[in-house]
Write a protein that binds this ligand. Sequence first.
Ligand code: GLY
Length: 596
Amino acid sequence: MTLRHLFPSCLLTLCIVTPTFAQQAADSVSPEEATAMAAFANLSGAADAAMTAKQEGRPVSADDWMVVAANPLAVEAGAAVLADGGTAADAMVAVQAVLGLVEPQSSGLGGGAFLVWYDAATGEMTTLDGRETAPIAATPTLFQDENGERLGFFDAVVGGLSVGTPGTPKLIEDAHRRWGQSNWADLFTDAIALADSGFIVSPRMAGAIANDADRLQRFPDTADYFFPGGTAVAAGDLLTNAAYADTLRQIASRGTDAFYTGPIAEDIVATIRNAPGNPGVLSTVDMALYDVVERDPVCVPYRSFEVCGMGPPSSGALTVGQILGMLDSYDISDPADPDTWRLIGDASRLAFADRGRYMADSDYVPMPTEGLTDPAYLAERATLLRGDDALPEVTAGNPNWDHAQLWGDDLSIEFPSTSHISIVDSYGNALSMTTTIENGFGSRLFVRGFLLNNELTDFSFATHNDGYPIANRIEPGKRPRSSMSPTIVTQDGEPTLVIGSPGGSRIIGYVAKAIIAHVDWGMDVQQAVSMPHLVNRFGTYDIEEGTDLISLEDPLTELGYEVNIRGLNSGLHAIAIGDTLQGGADPRREGIALGE
Ligand code: GLY
């Protein structure tokens, strides 16, 4: 096995496997690859083989169980639980605990998550909302200055103002209580050991730290961890996190009461309220009141499948479902045909128009949730796609709704980050969970060994648009609208695909396209997650740089789109369920699929 096999250069930069799947493997080993190898040098043979499979563009196959996540150390922790007879919920706890250590910029105890669960014993789908909440003291103008002007994005993000009450600890505990069978405390053993004895910093984590040096060094505790002695933590460094180990020990022994009340909660609140330059308003009452909400899954038929995911406050399942629902009556069988991308792009634009007007936390604002995915409404919207060129203008539609209300279109700003976990256990249960602290490194506030989220900036900074209230405005206790799209696809009631991705509001396009690639273009899961991206949210067509799909730039421009070639940093993690389990991990990130 060469260094290149163990950690291919395409993981460090960008390796895209096109529909023809010409793998762009490097001919020589770079210093980064050598560092990357060190980062994961102690991985099992199975993890090593999983990396090779990803490099070669092959899915990982297994018969019994499978786990896919963004870092091999986290995947191995989950795999150990599954191999020991644990459920997908048990494994998720172990994966999340390690991700919070080795990929702290993306998710962790200080953030929130959504989880979709398929229960093999009952055949039921359940969704859990562990989204952060706005503090009781938050006002709709939280992100406006004294003149009513909206704050700049990073002025709002960095510091205490953007921090919502974390939901991830309660979510993992709730899922374990419902569906776990392993001993709760044992699920933290690997994460605690890694935090105590140290883990090798991955190239991705190191790169993220270097890219965010100014913001991370604004707060002493954050700077001490990521810049010990004033120097950025580098790829290949051995990093310990005793504070994180201590926090996990307390959660392991006393449950998440140890997090939501008492000294840890008090430290979180003090960190937020005393953040220099940008104090927030979260209180110990907010912490003590936090709860996970079970919500109805949103399921939309597509071809012979049902695509199920997380409803409000996530816009994920509704928007993915609208895109697929509008495309259902069209022939999009040829990914090389620009008209296929016109249909996908304009269906996305129509769905995003509805998202911007109607989607928010339905506990706070009335929402036409059923109307938005009503087949008759989607069929009517789909007639708008009948032309030959890009739609010159796209506006929100008028879904059936028993509530009279005029909303203003949303004015939220969104940047990508986040992490996705897909798991199938040996009992046939399936779990799809997208987990986040919002922006890379969240609010940049670091306390008790983890970062606090900046999820409140997923709210609209403005309260009104054109005189109409915005559904996703800030309100006390409300959950900010999300794009996270943890998804389980079923056929005849049985799960066939578990999938999700990070990527801000582009998550929706990444997930919809990967489902289309698997269902319509017959790609296996690795091909589907590796395929280059074309994403259209609000009109501009983003094409992934360095990929074959750039050949579509001219045809799409001729159809009337503004085309933008750029990096598109998804982190799609998927498991296809058939006679065997097939796992695919996004080559744009460091994760792997592991199964047995
Ligand atoms: N903060 C990313 C999302 O919830 O969509």
